[in-house]
Structures are given as structure tokens and as C-alpha cells.
Design a protein around this ligand. Structure first.
Ligand code: PGA
Ligand code: ZN
Length: 416
């Protein structure tokens, strides 16, 4: 049994300068751990609810209430309590909250405790954090994930200059994380140079640290990514692949059409557009190609993309086992974007992961647009054997903390 001695929390700032939560948890043998929690902007409606103060301070985004819930209600309930592992702790957190969306105590407060307990438990057992995460699975197979790296941003992560939220690069010519990051650096530098020349200004960086020039239309993001790959001397397809996150929930119209830049498209026209992009470029995945409630058309998108590229669900499924089950039952997707704070405990995220795997889905373990310098995400992706990791660009220390942790794991362990 693992006995909790103290739980503490305080407000910190994320990569956008907005408040989020850090928590510290000590076990009775004085093993202590600190974690911090990310936060999204392009959020799905079915996500567990982060608690925000809604007061003048930080324009409503303060986390004092969530911190107070953690320091008073959660800490009081857990102090001197013993648990036989992560599942028991998470079950107790759910019981303390008592709502279906964690709106009473706050998903941010609950996740902070869930993850702090994980890190403290790993330390107590002298395990690397990724080994601890792996130990939570019935048949663990830790491995280094493939990198999906943000190059260009639009939508809610930039200034809305184009509808599509992200164009991502998958550097694949190296046989290591280290070699693939070096390749990505070349591509990023070429992209920045192209933009400087074309728009006569340095590209502003967006929330995830990617470039956000004033593209005229979304397809230009892909065209320019391909140009940057070529300029860096790599072959698109064999050495580098691309991916998009459309985040289409944020450009669906009230009558179920889609405002793609200056065009209004029917769902089937939008699906045809993605298909044409997947024909032109080596796209590995189309994430949130349709809106989160457009259940009727997701199976059409998946059918159309077929084996050519993955139909990746983020806002559609929100790391929520019930929604993932619905997506499996309706053949709406074949890959899951997993964000632990969309659901709020490690155990529920594990259920989401195992459910997706049971249906043969691929899994991408993802950061949020508001990140902290904590690096647990890298351990989670490795420990759970995610196919992909999505951290953001190769700028911003909050993102580099995760890439650098992958490099450390690669250096110290022989993981394939
Ligand atoms: P978010 O966006 O973290 O702002 O929700 C990330 C994504 O849509 O994948
Ligand atoms: Zn997304």
C-alpha cells in the first residue's frame, strides 16, 4: 500500500502566460514529486472541465479556486490515506468530485494529483517515470514514438489567417529521435527563410511555437511545407511525411457546413479537399477533419481516406472512453489523439488508450497548446508505446523539455 502524507498546489503560468496548476505530493516515506498541468485553447466540448475563477484577475483565467480545492478538499481527504496503486487513487478522486465532467473540483486539480501520485510512486519504486507508466498496462511494450512536429499554425493557435490549425512534419530519414530532430531543424530553418523572403517579414510564431505567416489559404500551408522540405534537401515521401490538424470544430457553420478560408464547403466537399491533399502530399493523418458533433460524416471521411492516411480523432473523442466506443462502433476514425487532461485522470486515459488499441487504432500522445516545462508527456508516450507524439514546434522551452526528455531516454535506454 502507498500512503499519502501531504498534497499541496499553487498557481503557475503556462507557455501563453496564462495560469495553470502545479502540485506536490509526498508519500509517508518522504518520497515527494512535483508536476504541472497543461491547458488547451482549441478545446473539445466533451472535455472534462478545468476550473477557472472567472474573475477580473487574469481576465477570468485564474486557477485559485482549483488550487484551493486541491489544497483543502482533496488534500484533507487523501492525507494519511493508503492506496494499492494508481487505479485506487484515481477512483478516490472521481468519488471526491462526484460529477461526470469533474466540474466540482476541477479536472485541472484532479489531474495534478493523479500525475503527482504517479511520479511519486515511480520514485518510490526506483522506476523511471516511463517504466511506471508502462507498468500500468496489461502488456506493456515501451518504445520511442515517431515525432509529429508543428511547422505552420493557423486557426485558433494563430490569428485565424487560415482555417486549418496545424501542418505537421514527420522527419523520418534518421534512425533516431536525435537524427530526426536535426532533420527537422533544417526544414524549420528553410521554412522560416522562405517566409522571410515571400512576406518580407519574419514569421510570427503561434501558440505551439510554429510559424504563422499570413498565408492566403490553407492549402498554401502544405505547399510551403513541401517547398521547405525540398529546399532542405529531403525527399518528400521517403524521408519526410506531413500531417494536418484541421480542428474543424472551429470552422463549422451553424448549418453544418465548413468555412474553409473564404469558401463555404459541404462536408463532402471538405472530405474531397482532404482527399485531394492526401493524393498530392504524403499525409500520414488528418486530425479532426470534421467537427466534433458531425458524427454522420466522420465515417465517410474515414472511408474516403481509407488506408491512404489515418483518420485521427481529437475533439471528436476527447480521450473519453464512451465517445471512443461510439467512434469505434460507427467506424468514424482509426486513430486516437490522447490528451490526458481532456479526461482528467491517468486511469481513465489508460482506459481510452486500451479501448483504441483493442479496435486496432493507432495512437498519438499529445501536448496542449498551453504547456509547461514539465516533461511527463515524453515518459507517457514512451511508457505506453504511442505510435506518435505531438508536442508542438521545436521552439519554446515548454516543448523542448519533452523533446529533450525523449533524447535522454534514447541516450540512456536501448528502446527501439
Ligand atoms: P489545444 O489544441 O491544446 O489548443 O486544444 C491542440 C489540438 O487541437 O490538437
Ligand atoms: Zn487537434
Amino acid at each position: 500500500m502507498i500512503k499519502i502524507k501531504t498534497v499541496d498546489a499553487w498557481e503557475i503560468l503556462d507557455s501563453r502566460g496564462r495560469p495553470t496548476i502545479a502540485a506536490a505530493l509526498c508519500l509517508n516515506d518522504d518520497t515527494c514529486a512535483v508536476v504541472s498541468i497543461p491547458s488547451g485553447a482549441s478545446t473539445g466540448r466533451a472535455e472534462a472541465k478545468e476550473l477557472r475563477d472567472g474573475e477580473k484577475r487574469f481576465r477570468g483565467l485564474g486557477c485559485h479556486q482549483a488550487v484551493t480545492n486541491l489544497r483543502e478538499r482533496i488534500a484533507a481527504a487523501l492525507r494519511n490515506e493508503s492506496f494499492d496503486g494508481q487505479e485506487a487513487l484515481d477512483a478516490r478522486l472521481l468519488e471526491l468530485d462526484g460529477t461526470s465532467d469533474k466540474s466540482r473540483l476541477g479536472a485541472n486539480a484532479i489531474l495534478a494529483v493523479s500525475l503527482a501520485f504517479a511520479r511519486a510512486s515511480a520514485a518510490r519504486q526506483h522506476l523511471e517515470l516511463f517504466e511506471y507508466f508502462a507498468s500500468l498496462l496489461p502488456s506493456p511494450s515501451p518504445r520511442l514514438p515517431e515525432l509529429t512536429i508543428n511547422l505552420f499554425s493557423g486557426g485558433k493557435h494563430a490569428f485565424g489567417q487560415v482555417a486549418i490549425q496545424d501542418v505537421l512534419v514527420l522527419p523520418r530519414s534518421g534512425s533516431s529521435i536525435s537524427a530526426n530532430l536535426a532533420q527537422m531543424y533544417d526544414i524549420y530553418q528553410e521554412a522560416a527563410a522562405i517566409i522571410r523572403k515571400r512576406y518580407a517579414a519574419p514569421a510570427l510564431t503561434a501558440d505551439e511555437g510554429g510559424l504563422a505567416p499570413p498565408f492566403a489559404k490553407s492549402s498554401e500551408m502544405l505547399d510551403t511545407a513541401a517547398e521547405a522540405v525540398n529546399a532542405a534537401g529531403y525527399e518528400l515521401g521517403s524521408e519526410v511525411a506531413l500531417a494536418i490538424d484541421a480542428a474543424a470544430s472551429h470552422f463549422v457553420t451553424a448549418d453544418g457546413k465548413y468555412r474553409l478560408d473564404d469558401q463555404i464547403l459541404s462536408p463532402s466537399d471538405l472530405i474531397d479537399t482532404f482527399y485531394s491533399w492526401a493524393e498530392r502530399y504524403p499525409l500520414v493523418s488528418v486530425e479532426d477533419g470534421l467537427a466534433e458533433e458531425d458524427w454522420n460524416h466522420w465515417p465517410v471521411l474515414r472511408q474516403k481516406l481509407g488506408d491512404r492516411c489515418l483518420t485521427l480523432a481529437d475533439d471528436l473523442t476527447c480521450t473519453n472512453p464512451a465517445r471512443i466506443q461510439q467512434a469505434i462502433d460507427t467506424a468514424a476514425a482509426n486513430a486516437l489523439l490522447l490528451k490526458v487532461n481532456q479526461i482528467g485522470t491517468l486511469t481513465e486515459a489508460k482506459q481510452a488508450y486500451l479501448l483504441a488499441r483493442s479496435a486496432g487504432w493507432r495512437v498519438s500522445i499529445s501536448a496542449r497548446s498551453g504547456e509547461t516545462e514539465d516533461n511527463w508527456l515524453a515518459d507517457l508516450a514512451v511508457g505506453w508505446g504511442g505510435d506518435f507524439i505531438k508536442i508542438g514546434s521545436i521552439t519554446q522551452s515548454e516543448r523542448l523539455a519533452k523533446y529533450n526528455r525523449l533524447l535522454q531516454i534514447e541516450h540512456t535506454r536501448s528502446l527501439g
